[in-house]
Ligand binder design. Structure first.
Ligand code: ADP
Length: 212
C-alpha cells in the first residue's frame, strides 16, 4: 500500500506517518527530513537548499524528485508513506511516472485538513526533543523541563518555525500544493479527514481509510 499524506505545514503529517511506520512497518519518505539531513551533513546540495528552506520557500522539483527516486529502490513490501511530497503538480506527475516504472501504484491520498489559525499556533509553538524526536506543540518559552518520552532535557526548534517563514510556507502551500487536492480527487485517490482532532482520533480516521 503506497499513500500520500497531503496537507499544509503543521497539519500533523509527520506525526501520523511515524505512527504508521511503528504500527504497520511502512516506510516514511519525508522530503523535509531528507533535506534537513542533507543540510546537516553539509553536502553541496544541503548548502544550496538551506536558505530556501529557512525562508519557507520550496526547493526545486529536480532536487526533491531526485531524492525520492533514490529511495524508491529500497525494500518496500509494506508500502511507502510520502510525507511532504509531492508538493507541486510537476512532482505529482513525476511520482506517478516513477511508481509506474517500478510497477507500483498509489493507493490513497489522505488530505489532512486544519484551519489556518490552528496551524499558526501549532507551528509557532512547536518544539522537538533532540534525542527521541517527540514533538511538542503550543510550547511557549521556556521549553518543557524534560521530554515525557525519554527524559532528555534538550529541545530544538526548526529554523523555519517562525511567523515570517510560516507565512511563506502557507503561501507556497496554497499556491503550489493545494491544486493537488483537485488533481488526486480527479484521479479518484483522494480522502479528506479532519486533522484538528486529537492525534489518536486522527490516527483512527486514517486507519479506517486504509482499512487497517
Ligand atoms: P512542513 O510540512 O512543516 O512545512 P517539511 O518538513 O515537509 O515541513 O518541509 C520543510 C521545508 O523543506 C519546506 O518548507 C521546503 O523548503 C522543503 N521541502 C520539503 N519537501 C519539499 C518538496 N516536496 N518540494 C519542495 N520543497 C520541499
Amino acid at each position: 500500500m503506497n499513500i500520500i499524506l497531503l496537507g499544509p505545514p503543521g497539519a500533523g503529517k509527520g506525526t501520523q506517518a511515524r505512527r504508521l511506520v511503528e504500527e504497520h512497518g511502512m516506510i516514511q519518505l519525508s522530503t523535509g527530513d531528507m533535506l534537513r539531513a542533507a543540510r546537516t551533513s553539509g553536502t553541496a546540495m544541503g548548502k544550496r537548499v538551506a536558505a530556501v528552506m529557512d525562508e519557507g520557500n520550496l526547493v526545486t522539483d529536480e532536487i526533491v524528485i531526485g531524492l525520492i527516486e533514490e529511495q524508491l529502490s529500497i525494500d518496500n513490501s509494506k508500502g511507502f508513506i510520502f510525507d511532504g511530497f509531492p508538493r507541486t503538480l510537476g512532482q505529482a506527475d513525476a511520482l506517478g511516472n516513477l511508481l509506474n516504472k517500478i510497477n507500483k501504484q498509489l493507493d490513497f491520498v489522505i488530505e489532512m485538513k486544519v484551519d489556518d489559525d490552528a496551524l499558526v499556533s501549532r507551528i509557532v509553538g512547536r518544539s522537538t526533543c533532540e534525542s527521541c524526536g517527540e514533538v511538542y506543540h503550543n510550547v511557549t518559552k521556556p521549553e518543557p523541563n524534560e521530554c515525557h518520552m525519554c527524559g532528555s532535557k534538550i529541545f530544538r526548534r526548526r529554523a523555519d518555525d517562525n511567523e515570517l517563514s510560516l507565512k511563506t510556507r502557507l503561501m507556497a502551500y496554497y499556491r503550489d500544493t493545494s491544486p493537488l487536492i483537485g488533481y488526486y480527487y480527479a484521479k479518484g485517490n483522494l480522502h479528506s479527514i479532519n486533522g484538528l482532532h486529537d492525534i489518536n482520533i486522527v490516527a483512527e480516521k486514517i486507519g479506517s481509510v486504509l482499512n487497517c
